[in-house]
Write a protein that binds this ligand. Structure first.
Ligand code: SF4
Length: 341
C-alpha cells in the first residue's frame, strides 16, 4: 500500500504539505480564457488543486485547453459513466475522482484504473455516506470497509497512485470514518465535510472536523464545501492550514471587531482591498482597526495598519504613523504603503 500519491507533480502524503482544493461551480461552456483567469487568481490565493465536473464529452476541447494552461493540476469529477473517466484521462486531467459504487460492474472501474496506471495519473476514490453500496449496520464501518475493498481492487491491477475520501454532511461521521480509515490504511486522504451549507456553517463544521484530523497527521488534501463563492473555499482552506502551522507565507489579515468607539469603516475598507491582499505572496500582517484612539496601539505588531476618524485616514507601518491622508486618497496610499513593506 502506498503512503504517497501524486497528480501533475503535486505530492499527497498524510500530514505533509497538505494541499488546498476547490471546485468549479458552473459548466465551463466555451470560454477557456475566463476559466484559466479564475484558476490563476485562485492559485495565487493558495489553491493547489482544482476540480471540474466532467459531465459530457461535449466540453472535451475546452477542457483540453484549460488543462494545458492551468497553473495547477486539475481533477475531473466523474459520476456513473466510466467512459467519461476514460475520456477525461485522455483530455489531460492529472487526476480523476470516482466513486466505484456508482460506476456499475467492477470491470468498468478496472478499465479506468488500468488506463490511469498506464498514463501515470492519480485517482481519488470518493466515498460519500449518502451513496454507499450497502445500507444498514454502522455507516462509518461500511464506508471504511468499502474504501478498503476498492483500494484492494486498485492494487490488484498494480495501481497505487490513489487518494481516498470519506465524506458525510455529518461532521462526527466524517471524523470517525477518516480516523478509522487512518488506523487501517496509510493511503493519502482527501478531507472534507460535504454539503456544509453557507459560509459560516461550512467553516465551523469543516474547521472542527478537519482541524482535529490534521492535528493527528491525517489528511493530505482538504476542501471546504461552501454554498458560496469559490474564493471563500480557498481562503478557508489556507487559513486553516496557517492556523495549524501547516502552511506559511501570504498576508495575514487582522481586524478589530469594532465597538462603541468605532470611527472608521474598517469593514468596508477591508472588503475593498481583501481580494488583492489574499493573492499576495508577501509574508506580512495587515491590520484594519475601527478607531484612531485604540486602533494604532492594538495593531502595533502589524507590519501595516489602517484606521481613521472623520475624513482622515491614518496608515501605520510597524506601529509608527506613516501617512495621514484624506479618505478619498486612502486606497491609493494604502497600496503604495503595502508595496513598500
Ligand atoms: S480598535 Fe477601537 S473600534 Fe476597534 S475594538 Fe478597539 S477600541 Fe473598538
Amino acid at each position: 500500500m502506498s503512503t504517497r500519491a501524486n497528480a501533475g507533480g503535486l505530492v499527497f502524503e498524510n500530514g505533509k504539505n497538505v494541499s488546498v482544493q476547490s471546485m468549479y461551480d458552473h459548466r465551463v461552456e466555451s470560454d477557456p480564457d475566463y476559466v484559466v483567469g479564475r484558476l490563476h487568481e485562485l492559485h495565487a490565493m493558495g489553491c493547489d488543486l482544482f476540480r471540474f465536473s466532467y459531465n459530457s464529452t461535449q466540453d472535451r476541447e475546452v477542457f483540453r485547453e484549460i488543462c494545458s494552461r492551468s497553473p495547477m493540476p486539475l481533477v475531473a469529477d466523474i459520476h456513473f459513466d466510466y467512459r467519461l473517466a476514460l475520456d477525461a484521462l485522455d483530455t489531460g486531467f492529472s487526476k480523476i475522482r470516482i466513486n466505484p459504487g456508482n460506476i456499475g460492474p467492477k470491470w468498468k472501474t478496472m478499465e479506468v484504473v488500468r488506463k490511469a496506471r498506464d498514463l501515470d495519473r492519480c485517482i481519488r476514490i470518493g466515498l460519500n455516506s449518502g451513496s454507499l453500496p450497502r445500507t444498514g449496520g454502522n455507516r462509518v464501518s461500511v464506508m471504511v470497509d468499502t474504501a478498503l475493498e476498492y483500494l484492494s481492487w486498485f492494487e490488484s491491477a498494480g495501481f497505487r497512485n490513489t487518494v481516498v475520501s470519506l465524506k458525510s454532511s455529518d461532521p462526527e461521521e466524517t471524523f470517525a470514518a477518516c480516523l478509522e480509515f487512518a488506523g487501517k490504511s496509510s493511503c493519502p486522504q482527501h478531507l472534507g465535510v460535504t454539503e456544509g451549507g453557507g459560509v459560516i456553517s461550512s467553516c465551523v463544521r469543516g474547521t472542527w472536523t478537519l482541524g482535529r484530523l490534521l492535528s493527528r497527521g491525517i489528511g493530505a488534501t482538504i476542501r471546504y464545501s461552501i454554498n458560496g463563492p469559490i474564493e471563500k473555499e480557498v481562503q478557508a482552506g489556507v487559513e486553516l492550514l496557517r492556523t495549524l502551522g501547516l502552511r506559511r507565507g501570504g498576508v495575514r489579515i487582522v481586524a478589530c471587531p469594532r465597538c462603541g468607539r468605532y470611527s472608521f469603516d474598517s469593514e468596508g475598507f477591508l472588503a475593498s482591498v481583501e481580494a488583492r491582499l489574499l493573492q499576495s505572496q508577501k509574508d506580512v500582517t495587515v491590520a484594519f482597526m475601527g478607531c484612531q484612539v485604540n486602533g494604532p496601539g492594538e495593531a502595533k505588531n502589524a507590519d501595516l495598519a489602517v484606521t481613521g476618524i472623520g475624513n482622515a485616514v491614518f496608515i501605520y507601518k510597524k506601529g509608527e504613523l506613516y501617512r495621514k491622508i484624506d479618505r478619498c486618497d486612502a486606497q491609493k496610499a494604502f497600496w503604495e504603503a503595502f508595496e513598500e513593506i
